[in-house]
Design a protein around this ligand. Structure first.
Ligand code: HEC
Ligand code: HEC
Ligand SMILES: [Ca+2]
Ligand SMILES: [Ca+2]
Ligand SMILES: [Ca+2]
Length: 370
């Protein structure tokens, strides 16, 4: 029941206030609904060239330094997220222009993949951007199975942490501790490409606030407050608590796709390669969820998310050079791999990683087994 209410709200398109249905969009925003970025509860698609507008992707911004909550330092006049769209009569913050240089590589079996290196530029900003602005491009990730990841006890996750590689296996997973708005302190981060968000509720409220310009009880101030775009409407919070809670519950209870073709020879070969390459030292196959008395749906289950929810240094190639709480500019959260083999089917593309730069051939052996 709440799940279905949340499902509808996840798809609801917001419009600028006043309006009879779903008002409050903006004044500045990235997109108009949750589902416009998390397409079919799956992932977004990056622009393919510099003339395609940003849609299911957003750019976090900050300047060097640390905010009082330990997080990124806001860019004066822009905050910590860039909104490249706005309602009528209001200035967007800036345009984002993406350019790619593309290189093709081959796997040992001859299958090819390409890696595109994107560069990002901001143009037409409504006021001049200060020097030294750091950009972190982020594509909308899939949103299923997150209630399960949220239910894993912190101690279970910290078991895999080995920040200084004390066990000498070359893998040094590190937890992120991030600002938890409702707790009023820093707690373990689990969500977002840098594990920069502690809970599904805060992630959801943050998405309404920054991505769509919709205020709620968790974030009651417009993201544009203090900027010239601010609308001064006395209408906050723009969604009732019940809607925020229902959407959060919807995301928490979205089931993971069932594993397919587990005995297929190609799949077994892929599994062997995955094990031989030690992918599982970051993409941990299994975890146990804790006991959540209030949330039996996700309690006490053995899950197979293929992540450790920790940060890893992925090198200069993938770096955004923008710290996010304890994550430095080279570090990213191990992306969960469950359900990833369905990306082509659900989203019609194979663009992976935080900025969607990587493409694998459709139906790649490498990916199909989960
Ligand atoms: C403009 C596109 C966009 C919109 C609109 C949007 N999201 Fe997201 N979502 C993202 C991006 C990008 C991330 C990754 C953020 C990060 O790394 O900080 C994300 C992350 C998430 C996550 C965490 C996923 C994970 O694996 O860690 C959840 C949950 C989520 N969004 C839910 C929502 C909900 C609910 C809404 C609507 C209220 C919404 N999003 C609207 C782009 C969007
Ligand atoms: C050192 C830890 C580590 C190891 C080892 C590792 N990964 Fe990852 N993997 C990551 C991180 C971190 C990301 C997210 C990087 C980003 O988005 O820029 C990621 C992302 C991915 C993605 C994209 C997921 C998505 O949702 O876009 C795939 C696919 C993947 N890894 C597969 C593998 C395979 C296959 C192996 C073994 C050959 C492997 N990884 C080994 C840490 C690791
Ligand atoms: Ca608004
Ligand atoms: Ca902003
Ligand atoms: Ca408002």
């Amino acid at each position: 029941m709440i799940h279905e209410m949340g499902d509808k709200a996840f798809e609801a398109t917001f419009v600028s206030a006043p309006a009879p249905l779903n008002p409050g969009l903006g004044p500045i925003f990235n997109n108009v609904s949750c589902a416009s970025c998390h397409i079919a509860d799956g992932r977004g698609k990056p622009p393919l060239n510099s003339s395609e507008p940003l849609s299911a992707m957003l750019i976090r911004v900050s300047i060097p330094g640390v905010a009082s909550n330990g997080g990124p330092l806001a860019v004066p006049g822009f905050g910590v997220q860039l909104q490249q769209r706005s309602i009528n009569g209001v200035a967007k913050e800036a345009d984002v222009i993406i350019n790619y240089s593309e290189q093709t590589f081959s796997f040992p079996d001859g299958e090819t993949y390409s890696l595109r290196t994107p560069t990002y530029q901001l143009a037409n900003s409504y006021i001049p951007l200060p020097a030294g602005v750091m950009l972190s491009p982020r594509m909308a990730p899939p949103v299923f199975g997150l209630g399960l990841l949220e239910a894993v006890d912190e101690s279970e996750i910290l078991k895999f942490a080995d920040e200084n590689d004390a066990n000498g296996d070359g893998i040094s997973g590190k937890p992120n501790y991030v600002w938890n708005v409702l707790a009023g302190t820093r707690t373990l981060g689990r969500f977002g490409w840098k594990a920069n968000n502690p809970t599904v509720l805060q992630q959801t409220a943050g998405a309404y606030n920054e991505d769509m310009g919709i205020t709620s009880y968790v974030f009651p101030a417009e993201s544009s407050k203090g900027q010239t775009q601010y609308d001064n409407r006395n209408d906050d919070p723009e969604i009732p608590d019940s809607v925020l809670r229902a959407v959060s519950f919807y995301v928490q209870t979205l089931a993971v796709p069932v594993r397919r073709s587990a005995d297929d020879a190609t799949v077994l070969q892929g599994k062997k390669l995955f094990n031989d390459a030690k992918c599982g030292s970051c993409h941990r196959p299994a975890m146990q969820t804790g006991v959540r008395v209030d949330f039996p749906e996700v309690s006490n289950q053995r899950i197979f998310p293929y992540t450790d929810l920790l940060l890893h240094d992925m090198g200069e190639g993938l770096a955004d050079h923008r710290p996010d709480f304890d994550a430095n500019g080279n570090e990213w959260r191990t992306a969960p791999l469950w359900g990833i083999g369905l990306t082509q089917k659900v989203n019609g593309h194979n663009f992976y990683l935080h900025d969607g730069r990587s493409t694998f051939a459709a139906g790649s052996n490498f990916m199909a087994w989960r």
